[in-house]
Write a protein of this length. Structure first.
Length: 107
């Protein structure tokens, strides 16, 4: 978590994070959940990408901590649950122990 509680509360009050599933989108949206290698660093989560397209989602390379990153982005368990229910596939582009572990946590 990069922000202290006061900063997180300001973000929550301002509703800066739009729900990508509530609006009709014409272009796919890419949410980088992590851009580090196979393990998280201080400021970067382990590699994982969530692709949103036409009211459904695709989770690519679900590494350790992906659920926490979804929670940090969407702000509540209820919104994360909605995102996960709209996930149609989990795509693994390469084999690492961290991706296999992440898939088990999501399912």
């Amino acid at each position: 978590m990069l922000f202290d509680q006061e900063t997180q509360d300001k973000f929550a009050e301002a509703s800066l994070i739009a729900d990508p599933f509530s609006e009709e989108t014409t272009e796919p949206q890419v949410l980088f959940l992590g851009t580090s290698s196979m393990k998280p660093t201080t400021y970067r989560g382990a590699s994982a990408i969530y692709l949103i397209n036409k009211n459904s989602g695709l989770l690519m390379d679900c590494a350790e901590g992906s659920y926490g990153q979804l929670f940090d982005h969407f702000g509540s368990k209820e919104k994360v649950d909605q995102v996960l229910l709209k996930t149609r596939a989990v795509f693994i582009t390469h084999i690492h122990g961290d991706h296999q572990l992440g898939v088990l946590k999501i399912i």
